[in-house]
Structures are given as structure tokens and as C-alpha cells.
Ligand binder design. Structure first.
Ligand code: FAD
Length: 446
């Protein structure tokens, strides 16, 4: 129940960054010799439990973080140089190992997969949120559930929080950890962004990141559920293009899978500039056009009687070199073959021996640029994260303190950064949260 008694430190938001901020604040307070009874830390959370997004992360398995040094994570995990620069101090202050060590204190075992993504060994994502909840108990952090902060006023060096029901809460220092705007059903409806703006902060418009691509003409139902492994995916419009390498999944509405999700921020940008952008797949990203043409000519010479259709059905997808060498990513899905034939203008019963030069060139073009269609929408609400938020220049990256409002700290997805798929977003939330919580307490003492 909200009340008006002053609290030493208030954190709005009980997600990844808010929970990390609270634990860091208590550790710092303990190290400074502040008695727990004299130094109260409260998380206010609108939901009735903690870490709603952690629970659904990684499809319920929670990709907690990524393997590597902080420098590796910065390089691999973030979209722009400005984000990399901004997150540097945070990721070095509280690393992926620190995250895992914290969880290990609660007996949560983790394992890195070959691709560097780190998950709980038993694949139990909600257990990560529970472990954090238990750590908050150990660290004497009070959580005020079902309390939605409506407004925050900053007067005479104090923050006053107003709730949507009744009651207020006052604190000298405040951490805003209310997340982004994707998946609003988890509690992230942009309240914190409005609060930050009302306190004087500038916002970069929210936009989708790690979201599926909805196509103007949805894929044929024959393709829905089919994956293309390790292909090249490129979005382009008149003003630019961007590409990624990875798996692509056909859905009923368009494209998903790691490569599509990763490209979504670029696709949304191109769409906003040009109103349209198209997307193509390169089924042989490791073979330049000339090398692929050489392979097709070799097939034609060695297997003249073979139907092109049959060849495609057995052909490795995204082979690292010559077709005969290996198929680490399997073969071209059979369901895709009729579409390759159709786009190439080759009849179903054509064999290599009767394929014209024009037909071969056309097949070559389609294999390197399989047309997936026009992107119609990149749904912000479906993104694993949202880009945009409080602009980074208004926050001190060494402390996460606002440069606009002294005593206000911001962390997690409320800030204008967005990470790649692979555990980078949770790690950024933990790291910025940790830095915000520890800085808030260190500076309380100054
Ligand atoms: C489907 C999905 C899958 C994902 N998978 C992964 C993954 O596997 N790995 C990864 O690294 N990242 C993943 N992410 C992203 C990751 O979950 C987020 O980036 C991260 O949780 C952000 O942490 P945060 O603390 O900034 O915000 P959040 O975790 O969103 O927490 C914000 C909290 O603030 C509360 N809040 C908001 N407004 C108010 C208010 N007015 N008053 C009180 N409380 C309020 C919210 O209820 C919420 O609990 C995924 C996201 C989604 C949606």
C-alpha cells in the first residue's frame, strides 16, 4: 500500500534493471556501513510479481547473457557506436560473470551454448526472476507490488511519487527502471518515458527492434513454419540497405527468426524514410555469384539428365563452399523449391541439359536474391525490445545519473539503446541497473 513516509532510495520498476539496481544499492550501502534499518530501499512495481519480461525471455528459457569479455559483448551486441560508447562503463562495472555469480548464489546453474548464449541449465526462465526476488529478500529490499506510478514531481531536492490509486512516496534519490514500450501486456506501456519527459528529459521516438517483419503479401501458407538456415537476409529501399546472416522463419504474417529480428530496426527505419522496403534472401551467402555460377555449370555438365527441381531438393542451403563438400545447415527446404522455380521462370520438368543460358542466369539471380516481398509493418508491440527512449547524451554513462535532474538515475530499456539477440539486452539491463543503484548510494554519501 503506497504511503507518504520518506524512503532512502526508490526504484520504479521491478524488472531486470530495477532489481539489479536495488541489489547494487544495498551492497553499496552495506559496504559504506549504512545500517539496513536506517537505509530503506523500495522497488515500486505495477505488476503483482517481479520480472515479467525475464519470465518470457528466450521463449521461457531466458537467454540471460552472452559469453565473452565486456569488450566482446559491446562489439557483438549493440547496433551503433554511440550505444557501444555509452554502455562501456556499465558493462565493465557489472559483467556477464557478475550476473552469473549473483544467480549462482541462489543455486541457479547456467550453461553457455556453442553460439555464446547463456541459459539456465534446466531451461527454466521464470527461475531467474525468482532468484532475483529471493536476492531482494536477502538484501532487505521492500517491494511494493500493484503500485503504478502515475506522476513524479521534483521539488526542493526531493522526488515525490504519485500513484494511480492513492498515496505518495518521497525520496531524495530515484531510479527510473520502467523499461521500453514493447510487449505492453508485461507492464511496459511507456509510463517511465512520460515521467522522464515531464522531468525535463528529451526522448528519441520509440521504434521497433528485434521484431518480426510483417509482409504486405504474407508468405504462402505452404511456407509458414519453414526455416531457412544460416542464409543472408537483406532489406533495401532507395535510401539504403542492411543485411544480416542467420536463420529466417516464415510465419503466417511474414518473417521471423534471428536474422529477421536483428534486421527489424533497419527495416523500420527504411520504412519510416521511404514508406516501403523490400527483403530478399541469399541462399548461398558464402558463394560469390561467379563461384555459384561455376557450381551450376558443373552440375549441368556432370548431371545433364537431372531435373533442376530434383537438384534443388537435394542441394545444401548456405554451404560453406562447393555443394559436394558439406551441408552443415541442411538442404533447401522442399516447400521452397516450387517458389524458386517459379521466380526463375523454369518449368517443373526442365533438366540441366535443356536449361538455357537465360534460365541459368535467372536461377542464379533467384538463389542469390530470393524475393521475399515488401515489408508492410514492423510491429513495435511485438519486438523483444524497443529502440528509442531517453537520449543518451542526457545521462552520465559513468554513473547513469541524469544530466538534467540531479539525483535521478535511469537504467535499462528506458534508455535509447537496443541490443542484438543473444542475451545482450538483459545483460545491458543488469549492468546499467547495477551502475545506477551503486552510484545512487555512493552519491547519497557525498
Ligand atoms: C518476448 C521477449 C523475449 C525476450 N528475450 C530476451 C532474451 O532471451 N534475452 C535478452 O537478453 N533479452 C530478451 N528480451 C529483452 C529483455 O527482456 C528486456 O530488454 C529487459 O527485460 C529490459 O529490462 P528493464 O528492466 O529495462 O525493463 P523491464 O524488464 O521491462 O521492467 C520494467 C518494469 O517496470 C514496471 N513499470 C513500468 N511502468 C511502471 C509504473 N508506472 N509504475 C510501476 N512500475 C512500472 C513494469 O511493470 C516492469 O516490471 C526479451 C523481451 C521480450 C519481450
Amino acid at each position: 500500500m503506497p504511503n507518504s513516509s520518506p524512503v532512502s532510495l526508490v526504484i520504479i520498476g521491478g524488472g531486470a534493471s530495477g532489481m539489479a539496481a536495488a541489489i547494487a544499492a544495498r551492497e553499496t550501502a552495506d559496504s559504506l556501513g549504512l545500517k539496513r534499518g536506517d537505509f530503506s530501499i523500495v522497488i515500486v512495481e505495477r505488476n503483482c510479481r517481479l520480472g515479467e519480461k525475464i519470465r518470457i525471455s528466450g521463449g521461457g528459457k531466458c537467454n540471460i547473457t552472452h559469453e565473452g569479455t565486456p569488450a566482446d559483448l559491446l562489439r557483438q551486441g549493440f547496433f551503433t557506436k554511440a550505444e557501444e560508447r555509452f554502455l562501456r562503463s556499465a558493462l565493465f562495472s557489472f559483467t556477464n560473470s557478475d550476473t552469473l555469480e549473483l544467480l549462482a548464489r541462489k543455486g541457479l546453474e547456467t550453461r553457455a551454448r556453442e553460439d555464446g548464449k547463456v541459459f539456465p541449465v534446466d531451461g527454466n526462465g521464470p527461475a531467474v526472476a525468482e532468484a532475483f526476488g529471493s536476492l531482494l529478500d536477502d538484501f532487505a529490499v521492500r517491494v511494493q507490488f500493484s503500485s503504478r506510478v502515475k506522476k513524479v514531481f521534483h521539488r526542493d531536492g526531493q522526488f515525490e511519487l504519485l500513484f494511480d490509486t492513492h498515496g505518495t512516496l518521497c525520496s531524495k534519490h530515484l531510479v527510473l527502471a520502467t523499461g521500453g514500450v514493447s510487449w505492453p501486456q508485461t507492464g511496459t506501456t511507456g509510463d517511465g518515458l512520460r515521467i522522464a519527459r515531464s522531468l525535463g528529459h528529451t526522448l528519441a521516438a520509440s521504434s521497433p527492434a528485434l521484431a518480426p517483419l510483417y509482409l504486405v503479401r504474407p508468405p504462402s501458407p505452404a511456407l509458414a513454419g519453414i526455416s531457412l538456415r544460416s542464409v543472408g537476409l537483406r532489406v533495401s529501399s532507395v535510401s539504403g540497405e542492411a543485411s544480416r546472416r542467420g536463420d529466417v522463419l516464415f510465419t503466417h504474417k511474414g518473417l521471423s527468426g534471428p536474422a529477421a529480428l536483428s534486421l527489424s530496426r533497419d527495416a523500420a527505419l527504411l520504412l519510416s524514410h521511404e514508406g516501403k522496403c523490400s527483403v530478399v534472401a541469399d541462399l548461398f551467402p558464402d558463394l560469390p555469384v561467379t563461384a555459384l555460377e561455376g557450381e551450376l555449370l558443373r552440375q549441368a555438365k556432370e548431371k545433364g539428365a537431372q531435373m533442376i527441381r530434383k537438384f534443388l531438393q537435394m542441394c545444401p542451403i548456405a554451404p560453406p563452399g562447393r555443394f559436394v563438400d558439406a551441408a552443415p545447415h541442411g538442404t533447401i527446404p522442399s516447400a521452397l523449391v516450387p517458389f524458386i522455380m517459379k521466380h526463375s521462370g523454369i518449368e517443373a520438368d526442365v533438366a540441366w541439359s535443356s536449361l538455357s543460358k537465360i534460365g541459368r542466369k535467372s536461377l542464379l539471380r533467384v538463389l542469390k536474391n530470393f524475393p521475399l516481398g515488401e515489408v508492410g509493418r514492423v510491429p513495435l508491440e511485438q519486438g523483444e525490445v524497443s529502440a528509442g527512449g531517453v537520449v543518451l547524451r542526457e545521462v552520465n554513462p559513468k554513473t547513469m545519473e541524469s544530466r538534467v535532474v540531479p539525483g535521478l538515475y535511469l537504467c535499462g530499456e528506458i534508455l535509447d539503446y537496443a541490443g542484438e539477440i543473444g542475451g545482450f539486452n538483459l545483460q545491458a539491463a543488469f549492468s546499467t541497473g547495477w551502475l545506477a543503484g551503486s552510484s545512487a548510494v555512493s552519491q547519497l554519501q557525498e
